[in-house]
Design a protein around this ligand. Structure first.
Ligand code: NAP
Length: 328
């Protein structure tokens, strides 16, 4: 049995403090790869899991962490796509806050030649989620208008760039101090949702409303989202940072405007679904091995300070992504 260092949760502590633990190195199946992790990206889901609210799907690692970059150190017998020593990044259902992580071979992405290993560690979750939402689910087209909430979040910052690359018109909501960041990513209109009714501002400038809403906020934005969607509009719901309970809503617009509302997840999808997303994203955006977007890396913490990395996110300080450096 071989051992590694990983980040564990000290549940005897009321704040679920994070601590470095020793645990077994994962064993791989014949279709899997073992990666020595260099950097892991931080996601909101990690904070929910840490606080006991988002357990990993059955059979997946209990260790936190949904994305990483690093080097291939072991390959299953049936893997022929990769070589030992390749630098890769990818999404997993758990386990990347550790020295080693296992992953299905066809969920990996080669580190694009124009990105550092640090930057590569924070692109998979945000960009695959943006791809899944905008392209796979909403089938976004050039000249469509899309409203992206939490525009400066990891997912939002990826989605702004992806939507613009397709030729869409992009409106975002975010705190005022994050607007410049979003305009620099290509947003056409930024709305300060804290001080303005975003539906009123949006409809005053785009009276026909929007074709697509990418919603990470949930309850607090639900009615306004219905207000701004145009006929046959689509809303993809991915998160509920603004709550899950709605005391009152007028849902007539869902029928009158023939709206489509779809919720989605990435983490608990099966291997085939994730492989198809990774392949679709790579084929569409990584054809020449170059990453065509800004990776949006905001800040890096040493992994001994992952508590601080989580706190930075909880306080909504990040513009784009947060990484931890995994170094035993
Ligand atoms: N379903 C899926 O497959 C999937 C995949 C990835 C992420 N997600 C979800 O997507 C959301 C964003 O994730 P992330 O990691 O990209 O987030 P993030 O980088 O932590 O950014 C979240 C941002 O949302 C804004 N925000 C926070 N609370 C808010 C509220 N009550 N109302 C409005 N805005 C609020 C804040 O920016 P401002 O300063 O602008 O308010 C905050 O910085 C999370 O809920 C996450 O769980 C879902």
């Amino acid at each position: 049995m071989k051992f590694m260092k990983a980040i564990g949760i000290n549940k005897s502590n009321s704040k679920n403090k994070l601590t470095i633990i020793t645990t077994e190195i994962p064993t791989i199946s014949e279709t899997q790869i073992l990666v020595k992790v260099s950097y892991a990206g931080i996601n909101r889901a990690d904070i929910l899991q840490r606080n006991g609210m988002y357990p990993p799907p059955p059979g997946e690692s209990e260790i936190l962490g949904l994305e990483f970059s690093g080097e291939i150190v072991e390959m299953g017998d049936k893997v022929d796509l990769w070589n030992l020593g390749d630098y890769v990044c990818g999404i997993v259902a758990g386990g990347s806050y550790a020295e080693y992580v296992k992953i299905e071979a066809n969920h990996l992405i080669k580190v694009p030649e124009n990105l550092t290993l640090t930057e590569a560690g924070v692109i998979p979750e945000a960009f695959i989620t943006a791809y899944q939402s905008l392209i796979h689910i909403a089938n976004i087209a050039a000249n469509e208008i899309v409203l992206i909430h939490a525009g400066a979040s990891g997912v939002g910052a990826a989605a702004i760039q992806m939507a613009k690359s397709i030729g869409a018109i992009v409106i975002i909501t975010a705190s005022k101090e994050k607007h410049e960041f979003c305009y620099n990513l290509g947003a056409d209109l930024c709305i300060d949702y804290k001080n303005q009714a975003f539906d009123e501002v949006l409809l005053s400038k785009f009276p026909k409303g929007v074709n697509i809403v990418l919603d990470l906020i949930g309850a607090s934005h639900f009615q306004k989202n219905l207000n701004v969607l145009s006929r046959d509009g689509k809303m993809v719901m991915l998160g509920f940072l603004g709550g899950v309970n709605i005391s009152e809503a007028n849902i007539a617009a869902i029928i009158a405007k023939r709206l489509k509302i779809e919720g989605s997840t990435l983490r608990n999808r099966n291997n085939e679904y994730k492989s198809a997303l990774v392949k679709g994203f790579s084929n569409q955006f990584l054809n020449d091995s170059k990453f065509p977007f800004k990776p949006n890396l905001d800040i890096i913490f040493p992994w001994a300070n992952t508590d601080q990395a989580h706190e930075y996110m909880v306080q909504n300080k990040n513009k784009g992504k947060i990484a931890i450096e995994i170094k035993a």
